[in-house]
Design a protein around this ligand. Structure first.
Ligand SMILES: C[S@@+](CC[C@H](N)C(=O)[O-])C[C@H]1O[C@@H](n2cnc3c(N)ncnc32)[C@H](O)[C@@H]1O
Length: 279
């Protein structure tokens, strides 16, 4: 299977997302996922691919609106969690399978009306291959919608990733940061190489709100315990004797970003780049 063609080697991209339990973070993103899906003009029977779907924050609401949805994700635990959600919700028009956004060889050309990837495909390696694959599986006259975090943005996720990287060893040579998907010129270049002219790509700033029934410090504990990238940052910082510094920086960030009037509840808005592509 494309997600790990050689089972004897570890795929670091897959290992990162199978680490911990991203469903714990996804729970805080459900309302924004539903709100985003309501803007997608979903109609009964629309064929939708949710790429980097996790356990279905956007795939579930798309299926509830009547679309025929396939969620593809590199993490087998999240595919399993997504299928369990679909089953418990009685959504027979929704299923999840394992796959790699950089190489969707199990999916045929022109098979979807709409490809959605909210903070999903941006984390796959080889961004030019990702753009090529996403365009290949979308039918002519279809649409692609991506949500990408923005490098240098002052809001939560960009700052978590920025702080974490300053406690982590430098990435391997040739590594392309996922955050580069949050820069318009890169998106235009990548889809351009996949044959989509610039006039068919549009951008807007949008907001996701992370809602958690606990304090911002408790919410940070969820990231520390369950979110692969943050778990790795804590491990790297601990190896350097700097775990307390990392924790203090992240704790200050989470508390400063909290917009909830209650100290015991967390509501943190985060800005992202919404990319819309007409194929
Ligand atoms: C931040 S999570 C977002 C999940 C989901 N879209 C949501 O909004 O809750 C990133 C997701 O991308 C998936 N992912 C990372 N690299 C991938 C790849 N190469 N191919 C497919 N999915 C990938 C991860 O397993 C994870 O589920």
């Amino acid at each position: 299977m494309a997600a790990n063609p050689n089972p004897m080697t570890v795929n670091p991209n897959k290992a990162l997302w199978e680490k911990g339990d991203f469903t714990r973070i996804a729970e805080s993103m459900r309302e924004s996922g539903e709100a985003l899906v309501r803007t997608l003009g979903i109609t009964n029977g629309l064929k939708v691919l949710d790429l980097g779907s996790g356990d279905g924050t956007t795939a579930v609401p798309a299926a509830r609106l009547g679309a025929d949805v396939l969620g593809v994700d590199i993490a087998s635990n999240l595919v399993e969690a997504g299928n369990a959600r679909a089953q418990s919700l009685g959504l027979t028009n929704l299923r999840f399978q394992e796959g790699d956004a950089s190489d969707l060889d199990e999916l045929e050309d022109d098979s979807f009306d709409l490809v959605v990837s909210i903070f999903g495909a941006m984390f796959a390696p080889r961004p030019f291959d990702v753009a090529k694959e996403v365009v290949r599986v979308t039918r002519p006259g279809g649409r692609i919608v991506m949500g990408n975090w923005i490098p240098g943005d002052p809001t939560l996720v960009a700052q978590i990733l920025k702080i974490s990287s300053s406690y982590s060893p430098p990435p391997p040579e040739g590594f392309v940061s996922p955050m580069t998907w949050g820069v318009e010129e890169n998106v235009i270049e990548r889809f351009g190489a996949a044959g989509v002219p610039e006039e068919q790509i549009s951008f807007e700033r949008d907001t996701y709100v992370f809602n958690f029934a606990g304090s911002p410090s408790d919410f940070l504990s969820e990231f520390k315990t369950y979110y692969g990238p943050t778990m790795n940052a804590y491990e790297a910082a601990a190896a350097d004797g700097r775990e307390a510094d990392l924790h203090a920086e992240l704790d200050a960030l989470f508390n400063a970003q909290n917009a909830s009037p209650s100290k015991d509840a967390t509501s943190i808005p985060a800005t992202f780049l919404r990319v819309s592509v007409a194929t």
